[in-house]
Ligand binder design. Structure first.
Ligand code: F6P
Length: 359
């Protein structure tokens, strides 16, 4: 048996721990393992495919990033190719990819990625590729799994930042607005916000009214709490408005979100007269050492993915449904993205402990 591993989309802490566990589990079964560099680029002749030996994965479990590299611009079903005139066209290179995999003797692929990479996996599976998925995203927005690795690390990074902002905000009687990642979901903002006892949490699932945010800031002022911490997901938006974008979409990419923290800080300062500051935590949340929780989950996913291959669970994804790792069809995973449920106990507890969602 010869399998190949691929890591696609934005990176997440824990990728290397998945790679290590998958490689060692497969080697333990007497299989051959290859690593496809930069998503699928290695299989399209645009990068390498490397042998994955025990030596290659030695000492990597605690490292952020991915030794296989990643890209969010390498969809083989719509591969961006530059025409001679400089314009971009999208070409379906999946047949070429499957043929190259066959030539290299690859029997199956384990792809480690978020919703985009899992949709590509489903496309390749439909074209006959034997493929198993491993969910990865700091946003935690993949359905069917209680958690994705990388999320806990991102929450820890955000939490550390909230703790630090508290002391400086309090010293200066300021409102500090911190923007965290979360394109379409507010899991990072919600979990870090509750754990860090933020005063306001704004998430895409609960559109906000800036007046309500200011009411909370003023109420705290009246109670002698002259500072406030607002945690906002990059994809949050006001009831009567739109998401904030930092840049238009580059070819093949989604438009870049960002700027909501700056906008809110200006708005809150104008309306309340309080001194406001803003901070965008950005890619800090994607880097660094994975937490113990993420390293363990990543290792479990890596080992289970190899067992899914052994069980011929093609077109399935490994998922955490505590206390077990299960295999679920990609069709089910991709039917609906995972979002924060406004009736979830985390939201209810945040509300009952005085956190405002600006609604
Ligand atoms: O998909 C995870 C994510 O962290 C999103 O929350 C964020 O919008 C995106 O990645 C940013 O990714 P990049 O800067 O790599 O395009």
């Amino acid at each position: 048996m010869r399998i190949a591993l691929s890591t696609g989309g934005g990176d997440a802490p824990g990728l290397n721990a998945v790679i290590r566990a998958a490689v060692l589990t497969a080697l333990d079964l007497g299989w051959d393992v290859l690593g496809i560099k930069r998503g699928y680029a290695g299989l399209l002749g645009e990068d390498e495919v490397i042998p994955m030996t025990a030596d290659v994965v030695r000492g990597i479990a605690h490292l952020g990033g991915t030794i296989l590299r990643a890209t969010n611009r390498g969809n083989p079903l719509a591969y961006e190719t530059r025409r001679p005139d400089g314009s971009i066209e999208k070409v379906d290179r999946s047949d070429e990819l499957i043929e190259n995999a066959r030539k290299m003797g690859i029997d199956a692929i384990i792809t480690i990625g978020g919703d985009g990479s899992l949709a590509i996996a489903q496309g390749l599976f439909r074209k006959g590729m034997k493929i198993v998925g491993v969910p990865k995203t700091i946003d935690n927005d993949v359905s069917g799994t209680i958690s994705t690795f990388g999320f806990d690390t991102a929450v820890s990074t955000a939490l550390e930042a909230i703790d630090k902002l508290h002391t400086t905000a309090e010293s200066h009687d300021r409102v500090i607005v911190m923007e965290v990642m979360g394109r379409d979901t507010g899991f990072i903002a919600l979990h870090a916000g509750l754990a860090g006892t933020a005063d306001v949490i704004l998430i895409p699932e609960i559109p906000y009214d800036v007046q309500k945010v200011c009411d909370k800031v003023r109420a705290r002022d009246r109670a002698g709490r002259r500072f406030s911490i607002v945690v906002v997901a990059e994809g949050a938006f006001p009831r009567d408005g739109e998401k904030s974008f930092r840049a238009a979409a580059a070819p093949g990419e989604k438009p870049r979100l960002g700027g909501i923290a700056d906008e809110l800080a200006i708005e809150i300062q104008m309306r309340t007269g309080k001194e406001c500051r803003s901070l965008v935590l950005g890619h800090l949340q994607r880097g660094g050492q994975p937490t113990g929780y993420d390293r363990l989950l990543a290792a479990r996913f890596g080992g289970a993915a190899v067992r899914a291959v052994a069980a011929e669970k093609w077109g399935h994804m490994v998922a955490l449904q505590s206390p077990h790792i299960v295999y679920i069809p990609l069709d089910d995973v991709l039917r609906e993205p995972k979002r924060v449920d406004p009736g979830h106990d985390v939201v209810l507890t945040a509300r009952s402990t005085g956190i405002s969602f600006g609604d």
